[in-house]
Design a protein around this ligand. Sequence first.
Ligand code: SAH
Length: 362
Amino acid sequence: MTDLKEKIKAGIANEGPVPVARYMAQCLGDPAFGYYQTREPFGREGDFITAPEVSQMFGELLGAACVAAFKHLGEPAAFSLVELGPGRGTLMADLLRAASLRPGFVAAANLHLVETSRRLRKIQKETLAGAPLSPAFHDTVEDMPDGPVILVANEFFDALPIHQFVRTPEGWHERAVGLDAGGELAFGAGTARIPDGDIPEDFRNAPPGTILETQPAANAIAEALGRRMGRAGGAAIIVDYGYLKSATGDTLQALYRHAYDDVLAHPGEADLTAHVNFEALAGAARRGGAASSAVLTQGDFLLRSGLLERAGSLGAGKTHEEQEAIRDAVERLAAPDQMGDLFKVLALASTPVPFPPFDSAS
Ligand code: SAH
């Protein structure tokens, strides 16, 4: 049993069931035992491989999109280049290498990384040691200096705590983690009843057992970004796995050593994520004052950004094995049955005209 499991069980025994949002926040962020504080989640040794770790092409093409955003914003003389949740720093290193091809971009940029894990900050600094910009670190978006911003985030919003509500015969309750008769962690309906008015009308009368998720933490950040962009100008490209329209269903999932795991089995040792509701995320950003693009699939985004051309030039003059690896990476990133369809890409900007590749019709 994990130390965090002990701690959570003891807390529940003393104070009663904890809402799913709190359980998720504790598993990921507990200062002593939290997943991002203690584990090496990424890569072959870790629990999952993210797109920038699959291939340098991912960060490079995001870099090209950032350059397009820079032009779209009228090439500001100074701006904050921001990444939320940079992981190992790989995406930003690749992004900067590609964006350096555009004179003026790096010269105008100040690099800001929003990262809560001290352990990952250290790795990000090492990865970026050879980069043309050195990073300033922040715990939250709100801590960053004001001014125009160009922001990227990959698999950041899926790591923020979601709330779950469950419909019982008596009405809606917050879904909670408690203890079963044997003293093991178990899901149940929390005691607090949720007023029907708090549940979107479409789902209010769903059958008992229905689960509904909300993402107030993700939406609050999107709204803050929207406000900031509305005030000072800017653009953002947000990549994550998620869905286009609000719907019911349980998307909370655990990944443990490259396999799906019981969400309650390894608190602090398994990665916990939830699918991002892009409709809600874009709506929150618009409420803040930004314009939002249509949501693209990752496959569409990368192909429109020139993935195949980039793969071709990267493979030129390489060995057969290296070319094979590049082809595999293209498949992995863009094929509909791999990351291509499940992952979505949303652009936000202070001015409504979308920048490439969000502008062309599909
Ligand atoms: N973008 C990276 C890593 C994704 S994992 C990649 O694509 O490989 C999620 C990242 O977000 C980690 O760096 C994690 O430490 C960070 N993170 C999670 N919750 C956070 C929060 N509330 N505030 C800031 N960073 C957070």
